[in-house]
Design a protein around this ligand. Structure first.
Ligand code: C2E
Ligand code: MG
Ligand code: MG
Ligand code: MG
Length: 286
């Protein structure tokens, strides 16, 4: 009886497991091909000054343009890219592409140069070559180091090895700035502020979501903003979708923000149009 039960369970679970396993193998093969065939693209989400509405920078967000499956969001392939080490060449491409595009915009643009924020995985930070990769990308792009912001997640900092801290200091010496992404979601966020040489706190979207309706979320959000001020760090609120959230954040002295309320992550062309609106067509001038 027990054996039969075991066999039944085996039969119930095996097909699903095998399917998942095969899907993963397929995705991995596709991902290897994607690296060779340059199937990745970047979107750029504006980061806005909450009091003036001015765009101060952009966050580069990767997309995979799969030939059959269409656009695949990062959450569906970054974990596999990290497991397989493919994040290293992919991440290097992101750094080069993002810095050269934004440097190009800055050369065309009047007014203060935009910053560019790039997400970095733990696997990339494990590479001794990362500081040199960063320097190369900046040199090739012709970008001032302080215009580049590397975004680190708390999980990256939790699992850090001793070498991580040295590498972060080495990167800081280039003049690049560091941000803690999704701040407040990890279990010892405050400890990282002491241990790591960060310049910017990005308040996680989950706080912003509830900042209007939930007194606890509001208190925590405004507490994070005050903490940032006390430590002379800037704060960026993530995932602002409504005017009421903007009012609450700006009233609480949060300096910068990003979210669908201002703009979604935009293609290179769409951001170009936003930064450099073309002249009104001649017919409409008359
Ligand atoms: P993240 O760095 O926290 O990026 C913010 C995410 O929130 C982005 O999702 C963005 O599209 C989304 N978002 C921004 N504003 C709003 C809003 O108002 N409402 C909602 N619902 N969402 C908003 P995306 O582009 O899907 O990226 C997801 C995550 O993937 C990123 O989270 C980041 O951790 C990772 N990622 C993206 N690009 C890269 C990359 O080039 N390298 C690495 N290692 N990770 C990346
Ligand atoms: Mg980010
Ligand atoms: Mg984030
Ligand atoms: Mg996030």
């Amino acid at each position: 009886q027990a054996k039969k039960h075991g066999k039944d369970r085996y039969e119930v679970f095996e097909p699903a497991m095998r399917e998942a396993f095969q899907a993963n193998i397929e995705l991995e093969a596709d991902l290897r091909r994607a690296v060779l065939r340059h199937e990745f693209q970047l979107r750029y989400q504006p980061i806005v000054h909450l009091h003036t509405g001015e765009i101060t920078g952009v966050e580069a967000l990767i997309r995979w343009q799969h030939p059959e499956r269409g656009v695949i969001p990062p959450m569906e392939f970054i974990p596999l890219a990290e497991e397989t080490g493919m994040i290293v060449p992919i991440g290097e491409w992101v750094l080069r592409e993002a810095t050269s595009r934004v440097a190009e915009w800055n050369r065309k643009r009047l007014g203060p140069p935009l910053s560019v924020s790039v997400n970095i995985s733990a696997v990339q930070l494990d590479q001794t070559a990362l500081p040199q990769v960063v320097r190369d990308a900046l040199d090739t792009a012709g970008m001032q180091p302080d215009r580049l912001i590397l975004e680190l997640t708390e999980s990256l900092l939790v699992e850090h090895r001793p070498a991580t801290l040295d590498r972060l200091h080495e990167i800081k010496r280039i003049g690049v700035r560091l941000a803690i992404d999704d701040f407040g979601t990890g279990y010892s966020s405050l400890a990282y502020l002491r241990r790591f040489p960060v310049d910017i706190i990005k308040i996680d979207k989950s706080f912003v979501d509830d900042v209007v309706d939930e007194p606890t979320a509001a208190a925590l959000t405004h507490g994070i903003i005050q903490l940032g001020r006390a430590l002379q760090l800037s704060t960026i609120a993530e995932g602002i979708e409504h005017a009421s959230q903007l009012t609450s954040l700006a009233g609480g002295d949060c300096e910068l923000g990003q979210g669908y309320y201002f703009a979604e992550p935009l293609t290179h062309g769409a951001l170009d149009d936003l930064l450099f609106p073309t002249d009104v067509p001649p017919s409409e001038c008359e």
